[in-house]
Design a protein around this ligand. Structure first.
Ligand code: ZN
Length: 188
């Protein structure tokens, strides 16, 4: 997992939006989380190297270490439906329950397969998405944008947002800061 953390750190330090969002945590301690597989992990292993020169090293590190990652799903199948439930997942790289513990910042690696509608949801923590590869439409009540690799999208405290993938899947690096950092998203 250290390879993934190093690639994530390199990417963070190359990206002004992420650097402006929060300081890189200096309290990281390896928590030796055991691997946990879900169906989407297999899809991540076969994710195309569809990022940029900045983001591809992290995509490669993730693909090479999929089997060491502790994959999770926030929602139940009843909440999001069978298809999304089986073609999405995330891993907490660092944070209160991450591979590397931190109480300063939370960093997730999130994957969604192609042709999925991740419906309106929200959370208390402030959030920034960095698209690593593939793409998706990111929606808030104010705007709707196509997020390309190495582009970021921020969500404010309790701001409703949703995401749609079309032809391509998407792999993302997501940071959470501030009040509610220890919580989880809820469907609206
Ligand atoms: Zn969010």
């Amino acid at each position: 997992m250290i390879n993934i953390l190093e690639a994530a750190s390199n990417l963070y330090h190359s990206n002004l939006d992420l650097k402006n969002f929060a300081k890189w945590p200096d309290d990281l301690v390896n928590s030796n989380l055991p691997p946990k597989m879900i169906p989407a992990a297999k899809l991540v292993e076969n994710f195309p190297l569809s990022g940029t020169t900045e983001t591809n090293p992290l995509i490669e590190a993730i693909k090479a270490n999929v089997n060491l990652m502790h994959w999770k799903r926030t929602y139940t199948e009843e909440e999001v439906g069978h298809d999304l439930y089986n073609r999405y997942g995330y891993c907490e790289l660092f944070g209160p329950e991450g591979h590397f513990s931190s109480t300063q910042l939370r960093g997730f690696l999130g994957y969604w397969g192609n042709g999925l509608d991740y419906d309106w949801h929200s959370h208390e923590a402030e959030e920034i998405y960095l698209n690593l590869g593939g793409n998706a439409i990111f929606r808030t009540k104010e705007e709707e944008i196509l997020l390309n690799p190495n582009e970021t999208k921020m969500h404010y405290r309790l701001q409703s947002h949703s995401m749609i993938t079309h032809k391509e899947a998407i792999l993302t690096f997501v940071l959470w800061r501030g009040k509610g950092m220890f919580g989880l998203p809820k469907m609206d």
